[in-house]
Design a protein around this ligand. Sequence first.
Ligand code: PLP
Length: 373
Amino acid sequence: MIYLDNAGTTKMFDECVEIGRKYSCENFFNPSALSVEALEVSRLLNETEKFFLNELGALQGNVLFTGCATESNNLAVKGSLRTGDWEYVFSAGEHPSVYNQAKKLELDGCKVHIVPLNEKGQIDLQKLQSVLNEKTRLISVIHVSNETGAVNDLQKISQMKKKICPKAILHVDGVQAFKKIPFALAGLDVDLYSFSGHKLHAPKGIAGLYVKNKSALKELFYGGGQQYGLRSGTENVAGIMQFKKAVEKIDVKQNWDNVTLLKKQMVEKLSKVEGIEVFDFEGSVYILNLAFNGVKGETMLHALNEKGVIVGLGSACSSKKAGNRVLENIGLDKDLIVSSVRISFNAYQTLEEIEKASEIIVKVYKDIKERVS
Ligand code: PLP
């Protein structure tokens, strides 16, 4: 099997297995308890929080550990809402875990701005500037699009926020960016930053939310007051330690270089084939969008699956729904969208694997085309 849906989820690193056992069966103590053993686990979590702050390039703030980035995004958006005459700003390219909150806020009568994307799949900065004002409470933008790999310019967005609405909260969904592209929060005016373990070879069920200033956020759950009272519930110690292990193993630069070679090879091979369209959103190297003229993306996905190649159809959370909201917003032709698939790489794949996958993709496409014409 050749797995090319790594933006959906990734295979966990083998090294995380033993860590999971250790912190579930040996150092299994509740970090909120008072035994010497429990205090040691609590100390370890404090240390790990600092580790993540460092990995995010943050000089101040805290990291809350959550169950998934969907939770982080909900905590960020819902936790930033305030009563009064406020306005909330989202990009049209948000993952459903942010976008569906924007839609709900609209239904609830809040003033919501959904800022369209440009042809490269990034938030349109001019349009963003035109909706920001002193009433803006929250700006929520995705760092790297899970659909197209488009990278938003956080530097420019931060500067805009500083100038027009310095008191607004800037939340960034960094799930497809953290440990994949280089950045440091210290140089940006980002208040909240979401990230997730299972996109980075850590297990499912562990994620994080960076919080620059705790007073800007309100909790969603009432409980024992863990994690500064902002995320009650006993911490997933094993998951946190496994996430740390995975992050330690990842070399952003080396991985980027490896994936660049993988992508280049696939693009070279596929772009020569008549009927296969390769989109170039000039963003993250990890994501590649293809369209198969005359064949539905879903048909390609199932046919490739039968031949042992797993690809995606855009966001895993929305792939069962028709259409693609993000590609539509960019203004891509409907026929292209219907025939598109998303390929997403991981840095530990080989050129041989990608060569093989490319051959299978070409053969499957040609076979289907022949049958339908
Ligand atoms: N945000 C982005 C950009 C994603 O790609 C995903 C997962 O597909 C999520 C949020 C949700 O992450 P999780 O599966 O950890 O809830």
